[in-house]
Write a protein that binds this ligand. Structure first.
Ligand SMILES: Nc1ncnc2c1ncn2[C@@H]1O[C@H](COP(=O)(O)OP(=O)(O)OP(=O)(O)O)[C@@H](O)[C@H]1O
Ligand SMILES: [Mg+2]
Length: 154
């Protein structure tokens, strides 16, 4: 059992870490926290919206695909801002993507409307569009990580 004080940690002046259960809805804590942090360091509102969407998609994937919606499996969201770069990692306790991102069929809205493609399969492509850099599928002993980077343009 994790103590309440351990859910959100300020690791240092540049780094905040959030530890969430795998329950839909908790991703909003990561969205709101990343938005507040990005606002403090100077990101514009429209870029913050991009960040929130990317964080939300990554957290929902971590809960659903990584942790199989098992509430006790944690999603750890780490946010760091240094040298005008905002980096968010989302870690789950799963084994990562079974098909590499490059091999996934890109979403095609016409196909989706005509039931020729699953209505899902949007999250990773959305993330790719919204952030400046993304690394899918870093797998270690601790779990699987997606790493997303947004650069602050002054
Ligand atoms: N954290 C993860 N761990 C394991 N597999 C993942 C993870 N994130 C994504 N995937 C795999 O990549 C696929 C594509 O993810 P993506 O978010 O694009 O679509 P989705 O989650 O299936 O649907 P949507 O996001 O549109 O609701 C998933 O179906 C899943 O197989
Ligand atoms: Mg998804």
């Amino acid at each position: 059992m994790i103590k309440e004080s351990e859910y959100i940690k300020v690791l240092d002046d540049n780094t905040i870490e959030i530890n969430l259960p795998s329950e839909l809805g908790y991703e909003r804590i990561a969205m709101d926290c990343s938005a507040s942090f990005a606002k403090i360091v100077g990101f514009l509102p429209e870029r913050i919206e991009d960040l929130k969407t990317a964080v939300s998609e990554a957290c929902i994937n971590a809960m659903e695909h990584g942790n199989k919606n098992h509430p006790d499996n944690r999603v750890v969201v780490n946010m760091n801002y240094s040298d005008h770069v905002f980096t968010v990692t989302v870690m789950d306790q799963g084994e990562g993507l079974q098909v590499s991102f490059d091999e996934m069929e890109p979403p095609d809205i016409t196909k989706k409307i005509n039931n020729l493609q699953t209505p899902r399969g949007l999250g990773l492509f959305l993330i790719k569009q919204l952030v400046d850099q993304v690394e899918f599928n870093k797998v270690s002993n601790e779990g699987h990580i997606i790493r997303m980077v947004l650069k602050l343009v002054k």
